[in-house]
Ligand binder design. Structure first.
Ligand code: HEM
Ligand SMILES: *[C@@H]1O[C@H](CO)[C@@H](O)[C@H](O)[C@H]1NC(C)=O
Ligand SMILES: *[C@@H]1O[C@H](CO)[C@@H](O)[C@H](O)[C@H]1NC(C)=O
Length: 331
């Protein structure tokens, strides 16, 4: 009797313990059915507002997708990127990666207002960002995935985290990979998620260095197609025109597809951080070639990596709060 009881306890420990560790390391506190009873309409509400915003301005799909990334890489997916400056809070909106660049905040405000009306103080801004990123991808023609939910919102922002943790376009391959690894993401995640640059824009200031003086010798980046570089220089002069916009994927700028990887093979990646995925690392190069050939594989990996990115250090349980307005904490 005692023996079989011990056996039972051992069995249940074996059954429970590993799944707990495993869920913890994968951020498995989150699950897609989190709001099934408390706010069953949340996904419909988000979809309708995002669809309207993207119909009005196709680039908005890109801007909204990027917000989730800039949220998750700074102290986890906790809605921190959405906070305005107030009291002791210094907004991440003024960080180097975000200043004059991050956009879509009004769309998030509109979604939050509609969700609050249907289910007051129930759905976090962090979860709204995660659902919005999936919907934006889908509306641009990209893959679908189930979004794990149950994140809560931060009580503060981190300007320094935004400056240091989000990769810069002129960071080295190794620096960017390290910044991903610090968030629990790997090389496959890096190459797949960079495929986001199949939609949206970048400013002249984000890649000018490549056009004129890539490595301090007064020469353009020799991994940039020279005819393409000449074309880019016409609207991105050596000085001035900092905010001029360029398509990250000049072939199909509004379609979420694998043409980004095809551009890299033609040395027509816009950012240095894009092109180095082909030129600086053998494993990364292999993935670029695979995605350029196989759109399905790209979509599959992209969806998986988005779920992984969405699982970065969420606040759950009673940590953080459910903000009523995404731009400010409740008290
Ligand atoms: C791998 C490191 C990455 C670097 C260095 C990087 C850098 C950049 C830069 C410099 C821009 C242009 C900003 C501007 O000039 O205003 C940009 C735009 C964009 N990024 Fe990234 N990014 C990276 C990864 C990602 C990831 C992981 C995602 C999403 C999962 C993403 C989504 C986007 C989108 C959609 C845009 C266009 C936004 C718009 O048009 O409003 N990026 N990125
Ligand atoms: C990267 O770009 C920033 C901002 O334009 C610049 O200050 C920095 O010197 C550049 N770093 C390198 C290594 O080129
Ligand atoms: C290129 O950059 C280097 C180092 O940043 C600088 O010393 C040099 O004057 C620049 N050359 C040109 C042509 O701008």
């Amino acid at each position: 009797m005692a023996k079989s009881l011990h056996y039972l306890i051992l069995l249940s420990l074996l059954a429970i313990v590993p799944s707990c560790f495993c869920e913890k390391s994968q951020g498995g506190y989150l699950y897609p059915q989190f709001y099934d009873h408390s706010c069953p309409k949340v996904e419909d509400i988000v979809w309708s507002v995002v669809a309207k915003a993207v119909a009005k301005e196709p680039r908005m799909a890109a801007s909204l997708l990027r917000l989730h990334f800039h949220d998750c890489f700074v102290k986890g997916c906790d809605g921190g990127v959405l906070l305005d400056s107030s009291g002791s809070i210094i907004s991440e909106k003024r960080s180097n990666p975000n200043r004059n660049s991050a956009r879509g905040f009004e769309v998030i405000d509109e979604i939050k207002a509609a969700v609050e009306k249907a289910c007051p103080e129930t759905v976090s801004c962090a979860d709204i960002l995660a659902i919005t990123a999936r919907d934006a991808t889908l509306l641009a023609g990209g893959p679908n995935w189930e979004v794990p939910l149950g994140r809560r919102d931060s009580l503060d922002a981190s300007l320094s985290g935004s400056n240091y943790n989000i990769p810069a376009p002129n960071n080295t391959f190794q620096t960017i990979l390290t910044k991903f690894k610090l968030k629990g993401l790997d090389l496959v995640d890096l190459v797949a998620l960079s495929g986001s640059h199949t939609i949206g824009d970048a400013r002249c200031t984000s890649f000018r260095q490549r056009l004129y003086n890539q490595s301090g010798n007064g020469q353009p980046d020799n991994t940039l197609n020279q005819a393409y570089a000449a074309e880019l220089r016409t609207r991105c002069p050596q000085s001035g025109g900092d905010q001029n916009l360029f398509k990250l994927d000049y072939v199909t700028p509004f379609k979420f597809d694998n043409s980004y990887y095809k551009n890299l093979l033609a040395y027509k990646g816009l950012l240095s951080s894009d092109q180095i995925l082909l030129t600086k690392n053998q494993d990364s190069m292999k993935l670029v070639k695979q995605y350029a050939e196989n759109n399905e594989l790209f979509f599959q990996h992209f969806a998986q990596s988005m779920v992984k990115m969405g699982n970065i250090a969420p606040l759950t349980g009673s940590r953080g709060e459910i903000r009523r307005i995404c731009r400010r904490v409740n008290h």
